[in-house]
Design a protein around this ligand. Structure first.
Ligand code: SF4
Length: 321
């Protein structure tokens, strides 16, 4: 008889947690595993199928975090929008969010790693109507060309992806969409790459990450014969990053003169530019920041900041008094 136990959750709300993030922001894991089958990814084999935590357990953990000073929670899993579907819930994530927004001390709730399939109108509606839910969505799309999407075993095709982006932007015009793409997937031709480049120029994502494809042992994609050279992969990545830099600067210039709430992350010290924070539309660690030209503020404060200057990824502003 095997001595290997059935996989269990790594933790629940009572497992002691060491916060690796500053005390006013925290990541909350809402599910384990993944039931998608992206051909480049080994996670489903390692972590097993998607399994949601209970709403009660997540709410309890968030209450404990909020009692320790956390103001922003970032919900994470491999497929956040699928939350609850494995337990038969139709709109599980919306249901969870309705409970989380009631926790007084929590000011911002952010959704990370949202696979497009379960991102439905119900979720878009609650994001639009609930002030505490950040006007931000992390939507890794991986590619835009149908040939590559199919080879990646992604569930959506270009038409569905476009429709989803238009629906989100129509409902929440000031939303920031972060996405991630893979370049140099086996079989990606110049034509496929051009398609991706034109797609991101058209969609003008607020934040974008690009990765060169790297074969993962045990995945279907690693066995494909038409692998791309590292040289081409790197060139394609650089072209996308250069393009995004320009688009990001143009977007950031649109903030000049506008006042936004900023969660202060770094404060103190003699250098006034050591004070920085993030808007609702900037996630911790991966997006840009707002440098604040005033040092008498505390980390964890949420302040009204008027943006005065834009850079490629970061902004500069002053506290509105
Ligand atoms: S890339 Fe993400 S959605 Fe796809 S199989 Fe891996 S973990 Fe799941």
């Amino acid at each position: 008889k095997s001595k290997v136990r059935e996989p269990v959750f790594d933790f629940n709300e009572y497992t002691p947690r060491v916060l690796t993030t500053p005390r006013y922001t925290a990541y909350v894991k809402i599910a384990e595993g993944c039931s998608n089958r992206c051909s480049f990814c080994i996670i489903p084999k390692i972590r097993g199928p998607f399994k949601s935590r209970s709403i009660d357990s997540i709410v309890r953990e968030t209450e404990i975090l909020s009692s320790k000073g956390v103001k922003e929670i970032n919900l994470i899993s491999q497929d956040t929008t699928m939350y609850g579907a494995d337990a038969g819930l139709r709109n599980g994530l919306s249901e969870l969010l309705r409970k989380l927004v009631k926790i007084n001390e929590i000011r911002w709730i952010r959704l990370l790693y949202c696979y497009p399939t379960f991102l439905n109108n119900e979720l878009i509606k609650i994001m639009k109507n609930e002030e505490k839910i950040c006007k931000y969505i992390d939507l890794p799309l991986q590619h835009s060309h149908n040939y590559i999407l199919k080879a990646m075993l992604r569930q959506e095709r270009e038409g569905e992806i476009r429709d989803l982006i238009f629906r989100i932007r129509d409902a929440i015009p000031d939303i920031a969409i972060r996405t991630a793409f893979i370049v140099g997937f086996p079989g990606e031709t110049d034509r496929h790459f051009e398609h991706l480049l034109n797609f991101l120029k058209e969609m003008r994502f607020e934040h974008l990450g690009v990765f060169t494809y790297s074969p993962e042992e045990g995945t279907k994609a690693a066995e494909l014969s038409n692998q791309i050279s590292e040289d081409i992969k790197n060139k394609r990545r650089d072209i996308i990053m250069e393009t995004q830099k320009r688009l990001s600067l143009e977007k950031n210039k649109g903030f000049i003169g506008i006042t936004k709430d900023v969660l202060v992350e770094k404060a103190g010290g003699s250098d006034k530019f050591l004070v920085s924070g993030r808007m609702q539309t900037q996630a911790p660690e991966i997006d840009g920041v707002v440098y604040i030209e005033k040092s008498e503020v505390k980390a964890g404060d949420i302040l009204s900041v008027k943006i005065t200057k834009a850079m490629e990824y970061d902004l500069v502003g002053g506290v509105n008094i």
